[in-house]
Design a protein. Structure first.
Length: 148
C-alpha cells in the first residue's frame, strides 16, 4: 500500500515521505495511530504543493538571513559601561546587551541566542563577537567597550 507519512516514524521514514509499505502495517499501525494517510492522487498533489511552498519560504528566509549577515559582518558597535579602579566592568556585557546595542546602532533586530561569546565581556577594549544565522551563515562583529 502506498502511504504518506504525516509524522516522523523511526525506522520507517520522515514526515512527508511517500512510501510503499505492507497493507497490514499501513492499516493496523500507521493509519490507525495517525502517523500516515493513504497516498491518493489528491493527497500526493497537495503534498507537492506544500513542498513547493516550503521551498519558496526557505529561499526567502535564506536571502533575508544573507542580507542581515552581510549588514552585520565587519560592523562595529560601541558600548559604554561603568568601570572600577582596576579597569574591569562592574557588570559584564551579555548577549542581551549586545543585541540591544545592535538594534540601536545598526538598526538590525536579532535574537540574543544568535550572539556567540564564550563568556560575558568583563573588560574594556575591542572584542570579536560571532553572530550565527540559519543556513550556517555567520557574521563577525566588533564590540568596543569603553568607560562611560
Amino acid at each position: 500500500m502506498k502511504i504518506i507519512l504525516t509524522k516522523d516514524v523511526p525506522g520507517t521514514g520522515k514526515k512527508g515521505q511517500v512510501l510503499e509499505v505492507a497493507d497490514g502495517f499501513a492499516r493496523n499501525f500507521l493509519i490507525k495511530k495517525g502517523l500516515a494517510e493513504v497516498a491518493t492522487k489528491d493527497a500526493v498533489s497537495k503534498l507537492e504543493q506544500q513542498s513547493t511552498k516550503l521551498k519558496k519560504i526557505a529561499e526567502e528566509e535564506l536571502q533575508e538571513n544573507q542580507k542581515l549577515a552581510h549588514t552585520l559582518d565587519g560592523a562595529e558597535i560601541e558600548i559604554s559601561a561603568k568601570v572600577n579602579d582596576e579597569g574591569t566592568l562592574y557588570a559584564g556585557i551579555t548577549p542581551q546587551k549586545i543585541v540591544q546595542e545592535i538594534k540601536k546602532q545598526v538598526g538590525v533586530a536579532i535574537s540574543f541566542k544568535q550572539v556567540v561569546i564564550p563568556k560575558p565581556i568583563k573588560d574594556t577594549g575591542e572584542h570579536e563577537v560571532k553572530i550565527k544565522f540559519l543556513h550556517g551563515l555567520e557574521s563577525d562583529l566588533r564590540v568596543s567597550v569603553y568607560q562611560g
